[in-house]
Design a protein around this ligand. Structure first.
Ligand code: ZN
Length: 353
């Protein structure tokens, strides 16, 4: 067994867990609370060196809502888009989540990074290198003033939409089987948001965008096209996955895709049910590498935001994933690319050196 390969990851929802249990955040972080997929001891055990930490505003849940998880275990399914969350409702939630990330930084083992040089330094010093990311722009008003405030607070990555409408665009609903071409693209405010992100060099995340929104970003943005946590539609025809045409655009624009471990986006039958072994993971990675090249694929776990494969039950399972890649015939250079090198290079292309 070789020594731990550091993993830099495209997406996690750890801040959502802290939002839901703020009084337990110290015990969640130091691992005594257990549960979930992430905490500091398990990150250390798995070689998790850093990644995108998402600020995501939960949709209000009606008391009579259907059991969406049960529906997604029984494809075909097509979930409705949740109602928009107004700016005034989203703002204090986003503030609380960024507050939790700042609290994590004050504990000393995590650093919020805004440049690749800072990420490299944090990784070398053994601190978790965190990127402040927003999954959905509900906490930004259409005048975009708040974007500049969040940027000043360290925001360097933004998805204009989660799977929900915003002032900026229309997210892709969760559906299987389904094309990602499910509705309208960016609004005029969404186009302004893309231009402003380009000016500020904030990464624009294409995961959760529908196909027209994706194409609008491709037409407007001058940055590499990046989907932080999405898989291959040709392998799993979920609305959340990327078609070969989208992958070709991402390759042409020297972007990047992070592999999502959510079982419903990995299994070819679309069932959001866990599975043993690595076959779906390897099929997606082989397909992404064939279409994007070895330089443009990474990992984008969705830890603390999705159901994981049995053999990757939490972040401490990352060495088993890398071992499965070795057994599949991937060499050490490619594994290092997938694990962290490609993310750092892509961030350099977006943010500048
Ligand atoms: Zn997501």
């Amino acid at each position: 067994m070789s020594k731990l390969v550091p993993v830099f990851d495209g997406h996690n929802d750890f801040l959502l867990r802290l939002l839901q249990e703020p009084a337990a955040r110290a015990q969640i972080w130091d691992g005594t609370a257990g549960g979930g997929h992430l905490d500091l001891p398990r990150m250390r055990a798995g070689g998790f060196a850093g990644g995108f930490f998402a600020v995501y505003i939960p949709s209000p849940v009606a008391h009579d809502h259907p059991d969406y998880e049960a529906i997604m275990r029984n494809p075909p399914y097509s979930l409705p888009l949740p109602e928009p969350v107004p700016y005034a409702a989203a703002l204090p939630v986003a503030m609380a989540m960024v507050g939790h990330l700042k609290w994590l930084e004050r504990q000393g083992d995590l650093q919020i990074c805004t440049t690749v040089a800072e990420i490299r330094a944090a990784m070398a010093a053994g601190r978790i290198a965190a990127i402040l990311h927003m999954e959905g722009a509900e906490a930004i008003g259409p005048d975009l003033d708040a974007l500049h405030v969040w940027h000043a607070a360290g925001l360097r990555s933004l998805g204009p939409v989660w799977s929900r409408p915003t002032a900026f665009g229309h997210g892709v609903p969760f559906a299987f089987p389904s094309s990602p071409d499910t509705g309208e693209g960016l609004t005029p405010a969404g186009k302004d948001l893309v231009r402003a992100c380009n000016e500020l060099r904030i990464l624009i995340d294409l995961s959760h965008m529908n196909e027209k929104g994706f194409d609008d970003v491709a037409a407007l943005s001058d940055a590499p096209l990046i989907a932080t946590h999405s898989n291959a539609h040709a392998v799993t025809p979920s609305s959340r996955n990327l078609t070969d045409r989208q992958l070709a655009l991402i390759a042409e624009r020297d972007g990047m895709v992070g592999l999502n471990y959510a079982v419903g986006f990995l299994r070819s039958d679309g069932m959001a049910d866990t599975f043993a072994g690595w076959e779906p993971v390897l099929r997606h990675l082989d397909h992404l590498i064939a279409h994007l090249g070895e330089e443009r694929v990474g990992l984008g776990s969705d830890f603390d935001g999705a159901t994981m494969p049995q053999d990757l039950a939490d972040v401490a399972g990352l060495p088993r994933l890398l071992e499965a890649l070795r057994a599949h015939g991937y060499g050490e250079a490619l594994i290092a690319r997938l694990a962290h090198r490609n993310w750092l290079a892509a961030l350099e292309r977006v943010w500048g050196g």
